[in-house]
Design a binder for this molecule. Structure first.
Ligand SMILES: [Zn+2]
Length: 185
């Protein structure tokens, strides 16, 4: 709850009653802030209080601060204030979520990189196997051997020169090569 929310939900009367004071018919209590107040001189209004003898005055928060000899923060939490706390918690949660998302994105990127490399290696190995396995100069053998320069070029481009490629196109082509070789077999 915020300061305003607490003020909306807790009346001055409820707060003084919390400390054992019961306003008389005229709405006065014996002032807790000066000694010997035999005839109650502190008037309790809906939102605040005022002592006609010692001039002590304030709202629910200052009453709690005076009674418990504490700072505003403590009075605030005594009266059910959680706003600052939950706000911080909320901000921390957002930061945490963001960090987790970043880490997850990072992980996915790494995973994609690894999968991408694996696809190329698998394709290349299949091409090599086809070159060794098919009858030299047969149509199938020619197809396989014609794929090797592309794979070598791709490898140099990506893993030696560290340059970008259209990964989707590369993956599509790798799958196409594998499919053709596997159906030729
Ligand atoms: Zn007083």
């Amino acid at each position: 709850m915020t300061t305003d929310e607490i003020k909306q939900s807790v009346s001055m009367r409820e707060v003084v009653e919390m400390y054992g004071y019961h306003p008389n018919r005229a709405g006065f209590i014996s002032c807790p802030f000066h000694h010997g107040d035999r005839t109650p001189s502190m008037k309790i209004y809906p939102k605040d209080y005022h002592c006609h003898a010692c001039s002590a005055n304030g709202d629910i928060f200052s009453f709690v601060m005076g009674m418990d000899n504490c700072d505003f923060k403590t009075a605030f939490s005594i009266l059910g204030g959680t706003y600052e706390h939950s706000k911080t918690k909320f901000a921390n949660q957002i930061r945490k979520d963001k960090l987790l998302r970043q880490r997850e994105d990072e992980r996915k990127k790494e995973q994609f990189k690894a999968d991408f490399k694996k696809e190329i290696i698998i394709t290349w190995n299949l091409v090599k196997a086809a070159i060794n396995g098919f009858e030299p100069y047969s149509e199938d053998w020619c197809y396989a051997i014609n794929q090797e320069p592309w794979l070598i070029g791709l490898w140099e481009h990506v893993y030696i020169n560290d340059m970008k490629v259209n990964e989707i196109d590369v993956l599509r082509k790798c799958r196409e090569i594998r499919r053709r070789i596997l159906t030729l077999r």
